[in-house]
Design a protein around this ligand. Structure first.
Ligand code: PXL
Length: 283
């Protein structure tokens, strides 16, 4: 069988475990090839560090695409995350059309959290991300990103099922067949994700015990596991169960170790169990 290629389009934050330094090891570990297109190079991610370097790679992206086209490349999957500039939104739409249209397209519209757009992005960024999401098969926003793309006011949780399912339906109207929403909670004890499949009309949830604190890069850990699971043939409902469990265990390990949370979570130690859950390793 041909090994599927999942093109990962994210920044590379050299230190801090998010974006490509999470997507590459996690998705590769599950047997998929992960060609990568870095959108920017940063010395660290932007969450909690000051003085980080930032090199925008926008001008490299089209020449890279043209070279790939000259090689006749096409990808079985495309997974996009943090983009380095507003212009990159149209470039990524073009990359999807030209080398990813036959594959499964996953868009994590990384741009906001806790009710706020990240300071580095312009105010019209959510409309651009909405356009990119319309080209996706699966989108993975958090609740802040969902509200920004829908032009709705952000509300703090706990949420109701009715509210979450309304968001899922309105997000699916943007175009993606499957919607995965993160940061879902109906009480203070548990936190997780919801998913909606527009072809079956089915909504599913996955929760784990909430661990206090804010842990950087966990959205990327979660999304990378969903991408790996779906590209290995699982349904989104099972993929979110595995990804919530994996992410929560990574957080718990880091919380118990008491390390500086800006440096990301210890997801690496969970990889053997992840492979078992995906049926990729004999128990
Ligand atoms: O985890 C999302 C992310 C990715 N890349 C960079 C970031 C963030 C979140 O803050 O700063 C550079």
């Amino acid at each position: 069988m041909k090994q599927p290629r999942v093109l990962a389009i994210h920044d590379i934050s050299c230190v801090g475990k998010c974006s490509l330094t999470v997507a590459l090891p996690l998705i590769s570990a599950t047997g998929l090839e992960v060609p990568s297109l870095p959108t920017a190079v940063l010395s660290t991610h932007t969450g909690g560090f000051t003085g980080f370097t930032y090199r925008d790679l926008t001008s490299d992206m089209i020449p890279i695409l043209e070279h790939w086209k000259s090689l006749g490349l096409a990808f079985e999957g495309v997974y996009t995350g943090f983009l380095g500039s507003f212009e990159q939104i149209d470039i990524v739409c073009r990359i999807i059309d030209e080398v990813g249209s036959e594959g499964c397209v996953f868009v994590d519209p990384v741009m906001a959290d806790n009710g706020k757009l990240y300071g580095i992005f312009p105010e019209n960024f959510p409309q651009g991300m909405r356009r990119l999401c319309s080209k996706a098969d699966v989108i993975l926003p958090n609740i802040t990103e969902a509200c920004l793309m829908l032009g709705e006011e952000y509300r703090d949780g706990p949420y109701t099922r009715e509210y979450i399912e309304g968001l899922l339906h309105r997000l699916s109207d943007i175009g993606p067949r499957r919607v995965v929403l993160t940061g879902v909670h109906f009480d203070e004890k548990e936190l997780g994700a919801a998913c909606y499949d527009a072809t079956t009309g089915q909504v599913s949830y996955a929760f784990a015990e909430r661990i206090p604190g804010y842990f950087h890069g966990t959205g990327d850990v979660f999304a990378s596991v969903v991408v790996a699971a779906v590209m290995n043939g699982l349904g989104v409902d099972r993929a979110i169960e595995i990804a919530v469990d994996f992410t929560q265990r990574s957080i718990r390990r880091t919380y118990e170790a008491g390390t500086d949370v800006r440096y990301g979570v210890n997801f690496e130690a969970g990889i053997p169990r992840l492979l078992e859950q995906l049926g990729l390793k004999k128990e």
